[in-house]
Design a protein around this ligand. Structure first.
Ligand SMILES: *Cc1c(COP(=O)(O)O)cnc(C)c1O
Length: 451
């Protein structure tokens, strides 16, 4: 075909199937198909049937871009793959609340305006022992709001403005994708006062730094790395004592929110690395504790703040709260997730992140064997990871099916896409992060990729 043989847009749109489509969509699809065809002709290729191509364009314009993916990476809280998959109960709550109206900000007993923050506050208090709780969009927002609300307003005319927040140099972390905790903190209006060194910070470093302008002590969990060797870090209790003495709050950013027993150190899978729980941090004297909803907690993206009632109230009244608050679907999913935690054994079975973390290696091996039988690959022992900046040292025994590396790209482009890991010239499909009921789809995807 030559360029001048190409039909015009109008001619293309006269095709019955394209004419039956909404005009703007069909027009855009026809233009794209023609533009591609022109490029191909110039490159010496045959563009094929243009109506078919325009219809394919239309089809792809209608396909959702945010899609389900089969995670065969063995990274449980995979930040790039949507972090925590939700429990069925959480999804049911989303559907129920999202389909119609809800009492999001309505007090049914009073018949008057209520607060969206009340719905999950009680269950969070129960699960953490806190006096009060508040939920915002994510943990970065939680820290931002906490600091903004705890410092004196930046337009204060007071000479000795309390706007300084003391934090250890060993905790100024980057959480991923170039986002650094110190940059987030600075946006709250707080001035960061760094103390200690990368590997060692002691209680006296904080003590000496506290002054007239100190608004809070901040502890940031070293989520995604560990410093080993010659290290020192004060315990929460020690920091809490200093905070009390100077009548300033201690804020503890936990990163991953561990709520209950399923992740305690007695879980042999996780030996060697332990995440502190919100309850422990509060019991040790933290005034406010912040954590994510979609890391180890296994719920929706959210930032949870628990702690002293007077401080939580300050956060709730701060103007940023309005900008950072969680929406009703998040609150519904969070409530559904937290409800499972009231029965820890049920949470361990039904919260997908907890289930994947605790699944015995033998069960994963059996799954890998079934997949290997279906796709003709080899079962291989490997190591799964917690991911999401939690428990970076934890190694979870796992089993994968090794197949041809060349399939990786086609599997990613498949429907549904399958993402594995490349290693030593093969593609490993780690079965710790796959569900039993996903195996048939993975097998079909591999067959399609080979065809
Ligand atoms: C992940 C993490 C954050 C950010 O939490 P998001 O929910 O992703 O906003 C903040 N602090 C720590 C210590 C973290 O691990």
């Amino acid at each position: 075909m030559r360029l001048r043989d190409l039909p015009s847009v109008d001619e293309l749109l006269q095709d019955q199937r394209l004419a039956a489509e909404p005009r703007p969509l069909a027009l855009a699809a026809a233009r794209t198909a023609l533009a591609r065809a022109r490029e191909e002709i110039q490159a010496g290729a045959e563009p094929g049937n243009l109506v078919e191509r325009a219809l394919a364009e239309l089809g792809s314009a209608r396909t959702p871009r945010l899609r389900r993916v089969l995670n065969a990476t063995g990274v449980i809280v995979h930040t790039n793959l949507g972090r925590a998959p939700l429990a069925d109960l959480a999804l049911e709550r989303v559907r129920e609340v999202g389909r119609g109206y809800s009492n999001l900000e309505y007090d049914l007993a009073e018949g008057a305006r209520g607060s969206r923050q009340d719905h999950v506050a009680e269950i969070l208090r129960r699960l953490t022992g806190a006096e009060a709780a508040l939920v915002v969009n994510n943990n970065a927002a939680a820290i931002l709001l906490a600091l903004a609300a705890l410092i004196e307003p930046s337009n204060s005319l007071l000479l000795s403005r309390r706007d300084e927040v003391i934090v250890s140099r060993g905790e100024l972390i980057e959480i991923g994708d170039g986002f650094r905790i110190p940059d987030v903190l600075a946006r709250s209006g707080a001035r960061l006062r760094e103390v200690g060194t990368t590997n060692r910070t002691c209680a006296a470093d904080y003590e000496t730094a506290v002054g007239e302008q100190t608004a809070a002590l901040l502890r940031v969990h070293k989520s995604n790395f560990r410093v080993v060797g010659f290290t020192e870090q004060p315990r929460v209790e020690e920091l809490a004592r200093i905070a009390r003495r100077h009548e300033i709050p201690l804020v503890d950013d936990l990163g991953s929110g561990v709520l209950v027993a399923p992740l305690d150190p007695s879980n042999s899978l996780l030996l060697g690395d332990v995440e502190p729980s919100a309850r422990e941090s509060l019991a040790a004297g933290s005034d406010l504790v912040t954590f994510s909803g979609d890391k180890l907690l296994g719920g929706p993206q959210a930032g949870i703040v628990v702690g002293r009632a007077d401080l939580v109230e300050k956060l709730r009244r701060h103007p940023l709260q309005r900008a950072l608050r969680a929406d009703k679907l998040t609150l519904a999913a969070l409530e559904g997730t937290l409800a499972l935690y009231l029965e820890p054994e049920r949470a361990a079975r039904e919260v997908p992140v907890l289930r994947m973390l605790r699944e015995p290696g033998e069960t994963v091996r059996a799954r890998a064997e079934r997949l290997a039988a279906a796709v003709g690959g080899e079962v291989e022992e490997t190591t799964a990871r917690v991911g999401g900046g939690a428990l970076p040292l934890a190694e979870l025994p796992s089993f994968a099916v090794a197949i041809e590396e060349e399939l990786a790209a086609r599997l990613r482009e498949g429907d549904p896409p399958v993402v594995g890991i490349m290693r030593d010239g093969r593609l490993l499909l780690d079965c710790r992060t796959l569900r039993d009921d996903e195996l048939d789809e993975v097998a079909a995807a591999v067959a399609a990729a080979r065809a």
